[in-house]
Each structure stands twice: as C-alpha cells, then as structure tokens.
Design a binder for this molecule. Structure first.
Ligand SMILES: [Zn+2]
Length: 309
C-alpha cells in the first residue's frame, strides 16, 4: 500500500513537471545539436559507436553507479525532457526508474533496447517471472542490440542512415573479434577452474556463451540482500573445489564478497579476491575499461589470470 502511494506520488510529480520543463526549455528539439541520453555508460558507449559525432551522446548514471537502485533526480527529468532520443536497457535493469521512461515516451522517443530481444534467447529468473537484463556480457547477444540501435537511428535521421549502417558493420566486426578473443582466453582454464563467483548474478549470459559456471551471491538485482544460507552455500562450494579467486564488482558493494572470503578462511581455505570486474558500468575515463570493448577485455583477462594462477 505504501509502495503504491509512493509510485502514485512519483507519477503525479512527473505528470506535473515534465510538461512544465517542456514549456520552459522550448527549443529542446533543435535540429543543429541533437542529443541522445542513455541510462548507463555501457549503453552510451555502444550508441556512440554508431551515432558518431552526428549526435551528442550522454548518460545519466556515471561510472560505478548501480542501475538497479538508481533513483531519478529532478535534474535528470529536466535533462531527459531536453533529449531528442532516450535509450535505456529495459528488462528491469533500471528497476527504480523504469516508470519514468514509460511516462517520458509521451514526450520524447524512449527506447528500451533489450525489450525487443527474442525471449527465447534470454535467461529467465524464477523470481517474479523476470528476465535477466545483463545481456551485454554475451557479445553475440549484444550485437543484436547494436543492429537495433543502428536501425532506430537510421529511422530517426534518414539523411545519415547510410552512415549509421556503415558504422554498424565496422563495429560488429570489432565485436566479432572481441567474441573470438574471449572464447580463446577461456580455453586457458581447465574445467575445474571454470567457476566464476561474484557479488551479484550479472554473468549468467557470459557463463552460457563462453562456458563457465556462474555463482552470484546476491541474485540478478542488487535490490535484495543475500541470506546467511546463500553465503554458506557459496563458501561450501569454494572450500570443496578449492576455488582460487572470487571477484568484487565496480558498481556493487564488496561487503558480501569479503564476508565469503573470511568464512572460507575460517574453514581452512584461502581464496583471493581478484581484480574488480566491471558489471553494470564502464570504468572511469582513461582507465583500461572505459569502452565496452576494453571493459570486456579487462574482465576476461582478470578472470583468466586470477583463476589459473
Ligand atoms: Zn546488475
């Protein structure tokens, strides 16, 4: 009842402020400076690869921000109303602000890039009948999103459609090389080393595509906390299989991973905490993970190095 009240308040807030922001901004759909706002840094980098300098591509959630728990600020609503196109992931990744995009679509085209993926390809979570939104960890699946973005941009800006299609072909070629690189790296691990233990369950698509067993302590969203039983099961696995490393994530608290490490130690097994993996956000600009491609390379290099040595 309380949640319903809060949602109604937010919707009322949006219905009042969005039209006002539109009246105040006035020239938001200027044809000389077109703006795309994406939710995450991962999506912004992907869109930028196709949009090039024809658009100003921006993001709402910066490096290290957790999209599952992100709440829209009033300044975000203002920025969104001034955009020409909004791209978000969908599949409940932006769990706290999904309703904002549904409402915003009345004013600005708001596109959930993963919502049109064939459900047969998606990993379905038994809780609440929802699909795992972390599709970018499977490069092959993310390529479909790239094609979709190119198609959408081509339809909104027909004058440059040929340009977007050419960029799409070039970028897909780079993603094919990335996909092959990850497949080759995984082969350095023997079957007993192919278990990836992380703070939350962001790597199911990665595991399915590249052949790794994946254990996430916190489930597919960071909105729920793991129970003692969840942590104990992970510890039992680590001690039984003498796992060499477990991983913290850039946009998730390291607390649960540290608790698992301490519990494994108490059971007589020392497990290392590997380099930070990037799951729901890119690294800071200038880091070795500030694009989708370098982020994926950082992750696989870190995983293989930590689990094989
Ligand atoms: Zn996540």
């Amino acid at each position: 009842m309380k949640n319903t009240f809060i949602i109604l308040c937010i919707l009322f807030h949006l219905s009042v402020w969005v039209p006002i922001f539109f009246l105040l901004s006035g020239t938001q759909h200027s044809t000389t400076h077109k703006t795309i706002i994406c939710t995450t840094t991962i999506l912004a980098d992907t869109v930028r690869a196709i949009a090039g300098t024809e658009w100003s591509v921006q993001y709402l959630m910066g490096p290290g921000v957790d999209p599952h728990t992100y709440h829209a600020k009033e300044s975000d609503i203002h920025r969104l109303t001034r955009a020409d196109i909004i791209f978000y992931h969908g599949l409940h990744l932006e769990g706290k602000i999904a309703h904002v995009f549904e409402h915003m679509n009345e004013y600005v085209p708001s596109i959930g890039v993963c919502n049109t993926l064939d459900r047969a390809q998606l990993y379905s979570c038994s809780i609440n009948n929802i699909y795992d939104p972390h599709v970018w960890h499977d490069v092959h699946l993310w390529k479909q999103v790239v094609h979709f973005i190119a198609q959408k941009l081509s339809s909104y800006d027909t004058d440059n459609a040929k340009l977007y299609q050419e960029r799409c072909i070039l970028y897909i070629k780079q993603l094919d090389e990335l996909d092959s690189y990850i497949t080759k790296c995984i082969k350095q691990l023997n079957s007993s080393q192919r278990t990836l233990i992380t703070a939350h369950d962001a790597f199911e698509y990665f595991g399915k595509r590249y052949g790794m067993k994946v254990i996430g302590i916190q489930g597919i969203s960071t909105q729920t906390e793991p129970g003692t039983k969840d942590i104990q099961e992970v510890v039992t696995h680590i001690v039984k299989y003498k796992t060499k490393a477990i991983f913290v994530e850039s946009s998730t608290s390291a607390r649960n991973i540290q608790a698992v490490q301490e519990a494994a130690h108490a059971h007589g097994h020392t497990v290392n905490i590997g380099p930070e993996l990037y799951t729901d956000s890119l690294g800071l600009p200038g880091s070795n993970a500030d694009t989708y491609i370098t982020m994926m390379k950082h992750n696989i290099d870190s995983i293989v190095h930590s689990l094989s040595t």
